[in-house]
Design a protein around this ligand. Structure first.
Ligand code: CMP
Length: 136
C-alpha cells in the first residue's frame, strides 16, 4: 500500500553534515521525498511531538538535544513507507541497531540517534499534520 511517513533528521545529523547521505538512502531505496524543510523546533513543538515521553527520566536531556540545533523534516512516500523506513532507521539504541541501518551505521547513542521516523500509519498522519499542516 502506498503510504506517507514523517521523518526528521535530528540536530546531530545536521551538525555532522549527514543530510545528503541520509536522504540519499531513502531515495536510493525508491522512496519519494514529497516535501522537506529545515527548522528549529520550539519547546511547544517538542512537547507535543514527544507527548508520550513527557514524564520519562530521559525526557529533559532529549528535549535539550532536540532544541540544540536545526532539524530537517520531510514527508516520505512509497510502498509500505512507515514500516520500511522504520526498518531502514534501525532500533532506538545505536549500540543495538543492526549494521546497514542508519543508526547501525552512524551512531552509538540511544538519544543522539540521527533520525526520527513515525512508528505507525496513525502516528504518521498526526506527525505530518504537526509539521506540515494539512497536505493534499
Ligand atoms: P525516537 O525513537 O526518534 O523517539 C523517542 C526518542 O527518545 C528516541 O528516538 C531517543 O532519541 C530518545 N530516547 C528513547 N529512549 C531513550 C533512553 N532510554 N535514553 C535516552 N534517550 C532515549
Amino acid at each position: 500500500m502506498l503510504e506517507r511517513t514523517l521523518v526528521f533528521l535530528k540536530p546531530d545529523a545536521v551538525a555532522r553534515k549527514l543530510i545528503g547521505k541520509v536522504i540519499a538512502r531513502f531515495e536510493d531505496r525508491g522512496f519519494d521525498i514529497l516535501t522537506l524543510k529545515m527548522l528549529r523546533m520550539t519547546e511547544k513543538m517538542v512537547d507535543i511531538h514527544y507527548a508520550e515521553h513527557l514524564k520519562k527520566p530521559f525526557y529533559p536531556p532529549l528535549k535539550k538535544f532536540i532544541l540544540s540545533g536545526p532539524i530537517v523534516a520531510m514527508i516520505i512516500e512509497g510502498e509500505e513507507a512507515v514500516q520500511v523506513v522504520r526498518k531502514m532507521v534501525g532500533c532506538t539504541n545505536g549500540l543495538e541497531a543492526e549494521s546497514g541501518t542508519l543508526r547501525g551505521d552512524f551512531t552509538l547513542s540511544n538519544r543522539v540517534n540521527l533520525v526520527h521516523a513515525s512508528d505507525s500509519l496513525e502516528t504518521a498522519h498526526r506527525e505530518i499534520e504537526h509539521f506540515f499542516g494539512q497536505v493534499s
